[in-house]
Design a protein around this ligand. Structure first.
Ligand code: UDP
Length: 141
């Protein structure tokens, strides 16, 4: 195992539910450190660029509409095996299929409004962290 970084987004549904702290507590409880964070309201152009990989999918417009429906809380997380650890904490994309005790099982309402985003591989983690955080705003520790 190695120390990795991953990008997490607490999506508008979870921000609206006022569970930012509860979600971050799960990351910290699993040994992940928040090394950068910002709250922001994505523009349509930002959301389209961030999710460009899904641009041909039928749910793309709804996904973008949802991601810009309210503020999001974006973090870079660091720790051993951070990418997979975050994915395990998140649970399956569809909260109905997410394991008990995962963030999506506990806080998400649907496959569209599913509480969190997490990078899925080292290359995407690098690109997604760079999308939101210049290196000067990252506090590795
Ligand atoms: N999504 C959706 N409908 C679908 C599949 C995905 O709205 O049928 C959204 C959902 O918000 C998901 C995001 O698109 O989190 C990205 O999909 P992906 O398959 O990459 O899932 P994730 O990596 O977020 O679990």
């Amino acid at each position: 195992m190695s120390v990795e970084r991953t990008l997490s987004i607490i999506k508008p549904d979870a921000v609206a539910k006022n569970v930012i702290g509860q979600i971050i507590a799960r990351f910290e409880g699993a040994g992940l450190k928040v090394i950068a964070a910002r709250m922001m309201h994505l523009s349509r152009a930002d959301a389209e660029r961030f999710y460009a990989v899904h641009s041909a999918r039928p749910f793309f417009k709804d996904l973008v509409d949802f991601m810009i429906s309210g503020p999001v809380f974006v973090q870079a997380l660091e720790g051993e095996n951070a990418i997979q650890k975050n994915r395990d904490l998140m649970g399956a994309t569809d909260p109905k299929k997410a394991e008990k005790g995962t963030i999506r099982a506990d806080f998400a309402d649907s496959i569209d409004a599913n509480a969190v985003h997490g990078s899925d591989a080292p290359e995407t983690a690098k690109a997604e962290i760079a999308f939101f955080f210049p290196e000067i705003n990252i506090h590795s520790r």
